[in-house]
Design a protein around this ligand. Structure first.
Ligand SMILES: C=C(O[C@@H]1C=C(C(=O)O)C=C[C@H]1O)C(=O)O
Length: 358
């Protein structure tokens, strides 16, 4: 009945007024905390992922419903992103272009109020953060199907930046167009990698449509804006940013495709109790040297979650190892293992202790 509707809408308006009042109240406290952080260290990172994760975890844990618990994270992600922007822009450099999975990983971590700086290469992301033009940088480090991003590993050899956090982003491709009408599509555009990842779907469902490679999935989305006969294979974010309609979601052949990204910063994050530590080290070329070198982790009860090797580029057959372990470098057992290992290798660099993705 219309009467009922207006009664509930009135109630919703009243609640929204209250939510808005509370959001402003909350913002005032965020501003105060920002002042305190800046008074302690003028160049402090205001963004504190550990605190943000704790807030979300606490709320999800006590949510009585019916508001869906999965929605708490994105809602709070935006509330915290917007509040933080009151303290000045949080500048985040990432491997562009816009609307790629790196951009999506950035949004997941920093929300839409951060100031994003898309750059053309992984090296430029490091540069922006090293020169202080960005507070944070976001780069891909490994993908479940493509493996490790060697270029990112190599950058750590000469850079003094620290790992501030990690983000896991699902790589999921969608078919989209301006009108959203499948029958109108005569051509599909995308980046060669995205096309390759959706090959089976295209051959099964649209075998007679022309497939054209372009420089990026974002470029494909841009082209679609002008022509309803062109569809793009791109991210959900691309559909949003370029005003396109998703005709078919998740058309990738392998549904378990994730990319892990690293957040870079000049400063370390706070310890959380659920952290991991990344190290880089090199050893003398000797049989059994790697085993001897890594033994202190096992003997101190620390589990190693990853090891990658790269040529050192300094001397033939000399390798650099990238190692991830569970725990924080300030923990006694981690510190002890690191000290023992330090004495056994040619060189070691701690790339950072940071909150493990949850
Ligand atoms: C307010 C703070 O600063 C930032 C804003 C937060 C928020 O809006 O709750 C949480 C963590 C920080 O990223 C804080 O550190 O508590």
């Amino acid at each position: 009945m219309p009467g009922d509707l207006s009664g509930y809408r009135k109630e919703i308006d009243r609640i929204d007024d209250e939510i808005l009042r509370l959001l402003n109240e909350r913002s005032k406290s965020v501003i105060e905390i920002g002042h305190i952080k800046k008074a302690q260290d003028a160049a402090a990172n205001l963004h504190t992922p550990a605190r943000e994760a704790a807030i979300i975890e606490r709320l999800v844990g006590q949510n009585p419903g019916p508001f869906p618990s999965e929605a708490i994270r994105p809602v709070y992600r935006e509330i915290m992103s917007a509040s933080l922007s009151l303290e000045g822009p949080q500048k985040v450099a990432y491997l562009g272009p816009r609307a790629t999975f790196t951009h999506m990983a950035c949004m997941q971590k920093f929300g839409s109020s951060a100031q994003y700086i898309p750059v053309h290469s992984i090296k430029e992301v490091f540069n922006e953060v090293e020169r202080g033009r960005a507070n944070f940088g976001v780069v891909p480090i490994e993908n479940t199907t493509e493996g490790v991003v060697n270029h990112t590993l190599d950058m750590f050899i000469d850079s003094n930046l620290l790992i501030y956090g990690e983000v896991l982003q699902e790589v999921s491709h969608h078919l989209m167009s301006k009108s959203g009408v499948m029958e109108e599509v005569k051509k599909i555009c995308s980046h060669p990698q995205a096309i390759a990842q959706c090959r089976n779907w295209i051959e099964t469902h649209m075998p007679h449509v022309l497939v054209s490679e372009v420089a990026s999935t974002a470029r494909a989305a841009e082209i679609c804006q002008e022509d309803v006969t062109i569809a793009a294979i791109a991210s959900e974010l691309a559909a949003q940013l370029y005003g396109l309609k998703v005709m078919k979601a998740r058309i990738e052949d392998n549904l378990n495709n994730f990319t892990r990204f690293l957040v870079l910063s000049q400063k370390p994050p706070q310890r959380t109790g659920k952290d991991k530590t990344s190290l880089m080290l090199s050893i003398k070329d000797k049989v059994g040297a790697l085993y001897d070198l890594l033994r202190p982790f096992a003997s101190n009860g620390i589990s190693m979650t990853k090891i990658e090797s790269r040529p050192s580029r300094r001397k033939a057959w000399e390798y650099i190892f990238f190692v991830d372990v569970e725990g924080h470098m300030e923990e006694e057992r981690v510190n002890r293992a690191i000290e023992e290992i330090k004495g056994r290798c040619l060189f070691m660099k701690i790339l950072g202790s940071y909150p493990a993705h949850n």
